[in-house]
Design a protein around this ligand. Structure first.
Ligand code: URA
Length: 251
């Protein structure tokens, strides 16, 4: 390269924003041997795209299970959700499988991650209290007064961050199967993330108390008890929703 060409090359680099030299001595990269990784080896077939379709795997797995134990084992063995690596254990469900009411929360928090059961922390205690006022409990063996509880995500997100759309998408087939196996009369979508997963909608203030339908079941969106702990004045609406649920159950 002659002087003028080198000058033009330097000016071009400056125009592109290169304003500092990284190495002490110049390196002529044209004279370096080509690195093997950059060379396409014509004798090999093109690399196979090895990205796994996590949703297809969960769908096929979920469809193959026939009972709750099988579903729990399949979810426990599912390796495509990163949340699993940061969580202590799978949080599958609590309550009575014969329940007519199935509550679907968002994801385990710290207490749930430690105990392996959904809604066992402060929000869970409030949830139990709320439903006890209309005669429903996760301990009740009678189907009419029983509750069954699970979450959209079975592993605790780090620092309790919001569920990510890809995490929800890959766990949704398991949730659908869970609902099919429990076959409740009514689903409760607890909070925004549950509404997003079940109804494809957010805006719990607008959605709450309005009966909707998902997975072939009536769905009642409700304020999440964690929100009620922070916003006690919203308990009035939560009480109205509980009465709506009670009325529907006694129809
Ligand atoms: N919040 C949820 O949505 N689920 C739990 O299990 C606990 C807290």
């Amino acid at each position: 390269m002659g002087f003028w060409e080198m000058k033009a090359a330097l000016e071009w680099q400056i125009a592109m924003g290169a304003d500092e030299a990284i190495l002490d001595a110049p390196v002529d990269r044209y004279s370096l041997p080509e690195t093997p990784s950059k060379k396409a080896d014509a004798s090999l077939p093109p690399p196979v795209e090895d990205k796994i379709d996590a949703v297809a795997v969960s769908r096929a797995t979920a469809e193959s299970v026939t009972d709750l134990d099988g579903l729990r084992a399949a979810m426990d063995a599912y390796e495509h959700c990163e949340l699993k690596r940061g969580a202590r254990q799978l949080v599958f469900s609590d309550g009575q499988p014969n329940a007519k009411v199935m509550i679907i929360g968002e994801a385990p928090g710290r207490d749930e991650d430690m105990q392996g059961k959904p809604f066992v922390g402060r929000a869970g205690q409030l949830l139990d209290l709320m439903f006890s006022h209309i005669g429903l409990s996760r301990q009740s063996p009678a189907a009419e007064t029983a509750l069954y509880i699970t979450n959209v995500l079975p592993w605790r997100p780090p620092q309790n961050r919001d569920p990510q759309p890809d995490e929800v998408a890959m766990m949704l087939p398991f949730l659908k199967r869970h609902v099919e196996l429990i076959d409740p009369d009514i689903l409760i979508a607890m909070g925004n993330h549950s509404c997003q997963a079940l109804l494809g909608q957010r805006g719990i203030t607008r959605l709450r108390g309005k009966w909707a339908e998902a997975l072939g079941k009536p769905v009642l969106p409700m304020f999440h008890p964690a929100y009620l702990l922070r916003t006690p004045e919203a308990k009035r609406e939560a009480w109205a929703d509980l009465l709506s649920l009670k009325a529907r159950l006694s129809k």
